[in-house]
Design a binder for this molecule. Sequence first.
Ligand code: SAH
Length: 298
Amino acid sequence: MEGPVCQVAWGCYLLLAISIGAHCAMSSDNLACPSTSDLQTQPVAALDKEGIGPAMMSIPMTACSTSLSKHHSGGSGTNKNKQMVEQLQRYGVISSKKVVEVMETIDRALFVPDGTPAYVDSPMAIGYNATISAPHMHATCLQLLEENLQPGMHALDVGSGTGYLTACFATMVGPQGRAIGVEHIPELVASSIKNIEKSAAASLLKGGSLSVHAGDGREGWPEHAPYDAIHVGAAAPEIPQPLIDQLKPGGRMVIPVGKIFQDLQVVDKNLDGSVSIRSETAVRYVPLTSRDAQLKGY
Ligand code: SAH
């Protein structure tokens, strides 16, 4: 993100934070602008960096963050991960049993950089001007895609970053399905594969139903198209046509769209091939862009 844009975003954030106050649910998620790094650790209320689901709008996110970290001050990693998921259920972010199951199965701590508080409901920097999304945002996207992540289905995760959601998708679609991550920073592809190898999705990676590839996700990944589910983890100025083309009739894509002001859009391809689009919520993600632009700080 360029300086002035960043400043505008920061200014908007301040205005919103002031006008909405501490009791709102605007959280930061994928924002990678260095001068807004505080946003990533201090989620506030109604317009999120990498988004929040509507359920989160009524949650005091600052309290949520604190509460999650407090609850996770003791116990094993697996228990702490479970407690994080329970907390998201208590706040009404997760209502789906399958999403609970998969988020309990894939331990978030294996995907965040060492020394990062894994179970705090906030995005975290992962290098290369990218972030891992906040747990509530992962939960929201999993829930929006749940029906399209059934065993045997094909899922594409564009901007797969740490590999967390790709691992969740692979676990849901199972060994008969196919989960593909596409990420344009080769170092992140390599580290995401290491993360997945430590996780409960390792056997799926080994078995070949889960794979992560270096490439420009705006082109999708035609080899395993069409997809029942497509998730895009970075904001596109407009929905890339190849991704629409690679969506199966009956398939669903969840994609943040916009520049400074973004919407998490839910794109359903109808059986006749037509497309219906609705906005789920206001969000703020890092851009879906070229590798050069991202490494230069947008
Ligand atoms: N959802 C992931 C990461 C989100 S950050 C997680 O939670 O871990 C967004 C990711 O999109 C970054 O890793 C960034 O490198 C990647 N990205 C941005 N533009 C891209 C493009 N054109 N092709 C592939 N990946 C892209």
